[in-house]
Design a protein around this ligand. Sequence first.
Ligand SMILES: [Zn+2]
Length: 287
Amino acid sequence: MIWSPLLQPIKNRYLAYFARKVVHATFPEKYFIQYMKKQQNPFGKATYTLTFDFDFEKDIDAFPYLLDMLKEHEIKAGFAVIGKFVEKYPSIHKRAVAEGHEIINHTYTHPDNPHWAPERFFNKLSYAEQKEEAEKAHNIFRKVLGIDCIGFRTPHYGNLHTESVYPILAELGYKYSSSTAACGYKGYGAPTVHSHGIVEIPTGCSAHFPMAIFDSWNMLRKKNPFLGNDELFIKEFDETMQIVAEEDLFLTHYFDPYDIINNSKLESILKILNKYNVNTVLYKDFF
Ligand SMILES: [Zn+2]
């Protein structure tokens, strides 16, 4: 058994950092299984939600190929997109909607995008500014794509996420936010209800790095990445999904489109999901 305080959310960031070092260096897979098995999986069987964040023009460039691949493997996904890009590139976003994928509100400008909104941190914006970012994107999705969005993702996640966005989301009629990291968080990676009735769906980790977010930046791109190469990245995804399938867990990840299409990573991920016969759902299927 793992010392149970380690399986609780750790608020202090230094303690969390230390716990992550210890867990990752000693018994990560055991921790992952014990932690995730505590979750109340709303579907009761192995379920996965695949999502993508569109932050840069190069993500838009990857969009057609991404849609082709998802169609070929018959998997639906969630796309956290920004209002600014929907205005600029309406047709590719319309195609995503027409093919049954879910649009997630990722704000209008994606503060603090280094190209057009640097140093504009979402959690430092006023209530009115946060509201404007969410509402403007929402109205563009409605006008251009003909949809009433029900979900939100804070730009840069956990770091810039703030609970002050929940009343704004409730006012817009939203059901969920997917803006936090699964591990060390209540719900053990499964969705949980927060203030104003908003359900938070944290994005997930992987079997050997249960206290990190499993995304391409953490695993491959940052200085001293957890994995560092594409082959290990796919191996980690495969081993994680095998556990998800065996233990009937719920897991969700997000990936950067421009990065995930390189070196056939996306294709490998889709094949793995089909190989383990994991049920894939959209966030909106929770409601
Ligand atoms: Zn983003």
